[in-house]
Design a protein around this ligand. Structure first.
Ligand code: GTP
Ligand code: MG
Ligand code: ZN
Length: 317
């Protein structure tokens, strides 16, 4: 017999599937070699994938279903490994939104890293919201840094939701952004280790129990507690994919002239550049550089952009 379902957990060699919006996960394995056409990714099946499976008897741990086909993806988020192999890894597929979780401190935020994730979401057409977690730690103590963060990302056009998984602040707003039961959205939580992705899922729905880790005192970093991609049904509505903390985030292959197209705030300025294409670095009459000088584009985002151009040199030289 055959059926269609969504991948809700990816444990490498075995999977859990569920027929969304029903939540009744059952085990499955990959049958034979499934390759998506044109894909060199290390994982042919990702959480969020819609798959065709077959089974002889009701799927169970001892008799898992067999995944026989992966349907075309509406979208997916992909990361290149940062080593020279440049293999790609599909993070998740068929996403309605990515929530990129960050915090200003513990671990300290790295803006270029956030900007790489945002750029990748733009490239793959996935709407992104920034979740600024742990506000209980820095809202009072670091108001200037907080204001700076809002200035940078609001001018770039990204929504920011401030949350604390500890006090519950902002969790209702986040729940609304995920959506109601009828909307049945599938959303990814991604970001560095230790920022509180799993903690927020618990705060959104206390009946869910993803593992939560510590922050290493020695390094003030997360300890990579979540090791698998796994979807959770939120009781108020929607499905959230919890994911392991990202370490590096290699960029997809883009031509130099293309990178700026995925910075929303540059896109609106670059029409006025004197030259096309313009890399917005040395060219005279560059409207993007003017917008940076005049404060419409933040220096921080522009610096991230320059960093990406440089990385591009490193891998293409
Ligand atoms: N003060 C404070 N601590 C938080 C908050 N959210 C999470 N934490 C703490 O931060 C640590 C890491 O939380 P996790 O939820 O495991 O972080 P994660 O992003 O899932 O980390 P990985 O699974 O390693 O990627 C834990 O000690 C949490 O208790 C928050 O809003 N405020
Ligand atoms: Mg986690
Ligand atoms: Zn320009």
């Amino acid at each position: 017999m055959k059926g269609q379902a969504t991948v809700v957990k990816n444990a490498g060699s075995h999977f859990l599937l569920s027929t969304l919006p029903e939540w009744a996960p059952f085990p499955a394995v990959l049958k034979g070699k499934i390759r998506l056409a044109g894909s060199d990714s290390t994982n042919p099946v990702a959480v969020g994938d819609h798959v065709m499976y077959e089974y002889q008897q009701e799927p169970s741990i001892t008799h898992p279903a067999s995944i026989i086909e992966v349907s075309d993806r509406d979208n997916y988020l992909i990361r290149k490994s940062t080593n020279l192999s440049r293999q790609s890894h599909v993070i998740a597929a068929n996403l309605d939104r990515a929530f990129i979780v960050v915090t200003l401190y513990f671990p300290e935020i790295k803006l270029p890293f956030l900007d790489r994730i945002l750029l990748t979401c733009e490239v793959y057409g996935i709407p992104a919201t920034i979740v600024l977690n742990k506000v209980d730690i820095f809202k009072k103590e670091f108001p200037d840094e907080l204001a700076d963060f809002h200035r940078i990302y609001e001018s770039a056009g990204y929504p920011i939701i401030e949350t604390s998984a500890l006090t519950g602040e902002g969790i209702d707003i986040l729940r609304d952004a995920i959506g109601s039961r009828d909307e049945c959205r599938v959303c990814l939580f991604t970001g560095e280790s230790g920022v509180g992705k799993s903690s927020i899922i618990k705060a959104l729905d206390p009946s869910l129990n993803p593992k939560v880790g510590d922050i290493s005192i020695a390094h003030l970093q997360g300890k990579h507690t979540t090791s698998l991609y796994e979807m959770y049904p939120v009781s108020s509505g929607g499905f959230i994919i919890d994911s392991p903390g990202l370490r590096g985030f290699g960029l997809v292959d883009l031509k130099k002239e293309e990178i700026g197209l995925y910075f929303p705030e540059m896109l609106s300025e670059m029409k006025a550049c004197r030259f096309t294409p313009c890399t917005h670095t040395h060219e005279p009459g560059c409207a993007v550089k003017l917008a940076v000088e005049q404060g419409r584009i933040s220096q921080e985002r522009y610096n991230s952009y320059l960093g990406m151009l440089e990385e591009d040199n490193k891998f293409r030289a």
